[in-house]
Design a protein around this ligand. Structure first.
Ligand code: SF4
Length: 385
């Protein structure tokens, strides 16, 4: 039932993108969940959340980025350098963090240094404020205008606010379906493995969204789920992750990831866009307030409160806080979350890991096994009459 989602999620290109491209559709990649896909959808462009999977070497990315940087953006660059993203008509780079911001200059530098045609025809640096204030929302509305003007002029497209409203309504319906899928994870006992749920989320970011919506509807109408009895219920927090094998490593045979705050997942809650508001203002408000990422300044207390709420709703027994090596944003925030959750009596495990060809899942497995033993002891103590 999930096979097709896995196939799409675990590859860079796929038959759905190829098919719409054959019919003349454009496809634009983006690097950060703070970009509103609704705008591309309204223009008839396929949005694609760029992934770093299946890279076997970082030879080119190491030279461009240098050694002390997160391996996730490095894997993205390696793919670009190898021509794996040549199906993209454009790319939108966001300074989600400093490592990801550098993708912008590193793609250009790689193109020059290696004399490769790896810079997509349309290239847009989409800046997002780090604070949520009245003036930052206003600023982001202007940035969205700048993007619409730029992409429309580049491809000779005409933008319509009516179409944007339709796309906003469509994405809200899609969010509802994602919420329904998430409810299967939260269910006690969970009715879907965390890895299967992540396969669906990641696939959804890699294919035409209308087609994905149809696949979601079929899945939700046919899938009754298998009760995953007696598994330790985990929450996964930290660096961006599109790697389903990592989720499988965390779950093993005895645990299930019932909640996460990860960048390629549904995050804590789905956050709808206000369909009554002026569309660009509504998008700016929704995407800025969608502040589960430590890139947003001054939002730690709200993020912690949402994590605690998710732990309560999903009946989480333990939290795995992971960060990719050199991911300072999540590395620093994970320390604070661990301190505050442990104070509340919620067991935490902090993991620093690698992504891509350097990934060391076996080492992770040993540490997770030890953590699951801690949770087992806790169960025995709590259940003792
Ligand atoms: S995982 Fe961390 S360092 Fe890496 S791209 Fe994401 S926020 Fe940046």
């Amino acid at each position: 039932m999930f096979e097709e989602f896995y196939t799409i999620a675990q590859s860079i290109n796929n038959e759905y993108i190829a098919k719409v491209k054959e019919q003349g559709a454009l496809c634009i990649g983006y690097t950060c969940s703070y970009f509103p896909e609704e705008i591309l959808h309204a223009l008839g462009i396929i949005p694609y959340r760029i992934k770093g999977l299946n890279v076997s070497s970082l030879s080119i990315a190491d030279a461009a980025f240098g050694p002390f940087i997160c391996s996730h953006p490095k894997c993205l660059l390696q793919h670009f350098a190898l021509g794996d993203y040549s199906f993209l008509d454009g790319i939108i780079v966001t300074p989600g963090c400093d490592s990801m911001r550098r993708i912008d200059e590193c793609i250009r530098k790689t193109a020059v240094n290696l004399d490769l045609p790896v810079v997509p025809p349309f290239f847009f640096h989409y800046a997002v404020p780090h604070k949520i204030t009245e003036y930052s929302v206003k600023w982001l509305v202007e940035e969205l205008h700048r993007f619409i003007d730029s992409v429309s002029a580049h491809f000779g497209l005409s933008f319509s606010y009516d179409k944007l409203k339709e796309s906003i309504a469509f994405y809200n319906r899609l969010r509802k379906r994602l919420e329904e899928l998430n409810a299967l994870r939260i269910h006690y006992p969970a009715r879907i493995a965390g890895a299967d749920a992540v396969a669906v989320y990641v696939a959804g970011l890699s294919m035409p969204r209308d087609r994905f919506y149809g696949m979601m509807e079929s899945l939700l109408s046919e899938y009754t789920g298998t009760a995953l009895e007696d598994r330790k219920r985990l929450m996964l927090i930290g660096s961006a992750n599109d790697d389903i094998d990592f989720i499988k490593t965390v779950e093993g045979e005895t645990a299930v990831v019932v909640a996460d705050t990860l960048c390629y997942g549904p995050r804590l809650e789905v956050d709808y866009v206000d369909e009554e508001d002026e569309p660009l203002h509504a998008l700016a408000l929704r995407y800025l307030n969608h502040s589960h990422c430590p890139r947003m300044y001054g939002g730690y207390k709200q993020r912690l409160a949402k994590v605690v709420e998710a732990i309560r709703i999903a009946q989480v027994e333990g939290v795995v806080l992971q960060n990719i090596r050199f991911c300072d944003l999540h590395g620093a925030e994970n320390g604070l979350i661990e301190r505050d959750l442990e104070k509340l009596g919620i067991p935490c495990l902090r993991l620093e890991r690698e992504y891509g060809p350097l990934a060391d899942n076996e080492r992770m497995r040993m540490r997770i096994d030890a953590f699951l033993e801690r949770l087992e002891v806790r169960r025995l103590v709590c259940e003792r009459p």
